[in-house]
Write a protein that binds this ligand. Sequence first.
Ligand code: C5P
Length: 225
Amino acid sequence: MAEVIVAFDVATDSEAFRLADALPDLRWAKIGPTLFLRHGPAVIEEFRKRGIKIFLDLKWHDIPNTVTGAVRAARELGVDLASVHALGGAEMLAAAAAAGGPVRLAAVSVLTSHTSASYGEAVGRADADVTAEVARLVRLAAANAIDAFVTSPLEVEAMRAIVAPETWLVVPGIRLGGGDPGDQKRVADPRTAVRAGATHLVVGRPVIGADRPDVVYNQICEEIA
Ligand code: C5P
């Protein structure tokens, strides 16, 4: 069954733990740069004490040696999943995977905030076909020992067809019907994403911005059960 990863995109650890207290069924927390830069390893330690799995989403994109060091440090912290950018290239991806051990590495393909126009602008191509680009990056990462990928809900079905059955497809850009997409451009509802082949849904604002985060979290879990 697919799992829900809540993105703890909040400003402080007290806010994060208050939110975690309000989510008794929480299994996964995604820790991003804001919380990690403010509170560092302590915030991960506290989540782990609560039995919650950690996705450390710092999206490393650096030279292989530097990324190896980051992955080793994540391993020491007991992180379960960490992200790297597929655009870091073959050598960096292989180095990250080799350093991971129990830390699974997820390769970010094309950010869910990109349209084909904005991605094309970034990579210097007028007509970037985002799905083809995601497939290209997924193949590159898979060839370099990466077995989890971050894609938007719009590419997940096509990626499921080209990766091994046990591969994790970690999918942000999740919105409940009619939900405000914010800066996300490639979005879908939880059930659509899971039917297309997502194994993990990353959900931030729809849960953390809700008056009753527990109600929205449970609704998502029910939708994908
Ligand atoms: O608030 P929202 O549900 O849009 O949050 C999505 C989360 O997933 C954010 O923490 C964002 O950093 C992360 N993410 C993403 N797109 C990617 C990789 C990660 O939105 N390609």
